[in-house]
Design a protein around this ligand. Structure first.
Ligand code: E4P
Length: 225
């Protein structure tokens, strides 16, 4: 499963990219609006740091507007993926953009039926929102699992991106149900790497190493004199 960062913050992206495990980035208008920079420069800067797909979302609600924005965003860098909402206008825009060779991430997906529509429209990625489904007492991971299953049954090539991830457990569960991609906030990405036993184990190894070095040094000093 590919690991994406869900942010428009350059420092966060640079830090995780530095680990060598960042496959892509997703942004949305809420995340972009926090950064206080114009959207085009944000996306271009992200695309220079991350070579994988970088999702840039349109804000128009009509098909013509989405097409205009989508075509413009796609020119900013070759790894831009245009994000369109799962609405009738968004599906129509997805159909046209994908027929022009522009990759589209259909976002705000909350059901298998919506995911089937996104696939028929030619989506490169569909983004079911796990956390927001849980906010209304629905099983977000189960929806991801059903989309993966339906796509497999019908040989649909659209990638399932588990979005609105709130916990490291969501990442594990997304991988186990077969999502191709998971996107998560910086905080969750950091949580993926930490484990108290790793820290304790490393401290133990280093302490033993220092002890052994001290013994060797004192042995060398004794044998010289
Ligand atoms: C996905 O691409 C969205 O940007 C994101 O995952 C939304 O997450 P949220 O529900 O935490 O805002």
């Amino acid at each position: 499963m590919l690991l994406f960062l869900d942010t428009a913050n350059i420092d966060e992206i640079k830090e995780i990219a530095g680990w060598g495990v960042l496959d892509g980035v997703t942004t949305n208008p809420s995340l972009a609006s926090k950064e206080g920079k114009d959207f085009k420069s944000q996306v271009k800067e992200i695309c220079q740091i991350v070579k994988g797909p970088v999702s840039a979302e349109v804000v128009s609600t009509d098909t013509e507007g989405m097409l205009k924005e989508g075509r413009e965003c796609a020119k900013w860098a070759s790894n831009v993926v245009v994000k369109c909402p799962l609405t009738p206008a968004g599906l129509a825009a997805t159909k046209v953009l994908s027929s022009e060779g522009i990759r589209v991430n259909v976002t705000l997906c909350f059901s298998v039926n919506q995911a089937l529509l996104a696939a028929r429209a030619g989506a490169y990625i569909v983004s079911p929102f796990v956390g927001r489904l849980e906010d209304i007492n629905e099983d977000g991971i189960e929806v991801v699992a059903q989309i993966v299953e339906a796509y497999k049954l019908h040989d649909i090539k659209t990638n399932v991106l588990s979005a609105s991830i709130r916990t490291p457990m969501h990442v594990t569960q997304s991988a186990l149900v077969g999502a191709q991609i998971a996107t998560m906030p910086y905080k969750v990405f950091k949580q993926l790497v930490s484990h108290p036993l790793t820290d304790r184990g490393l401290q133990g190894f280093l302490a033993d190493w220092e002890k052994a070095k001290a013994v060797l040094t004192s042995y060398a000093t004794t044998t010289k004199s």
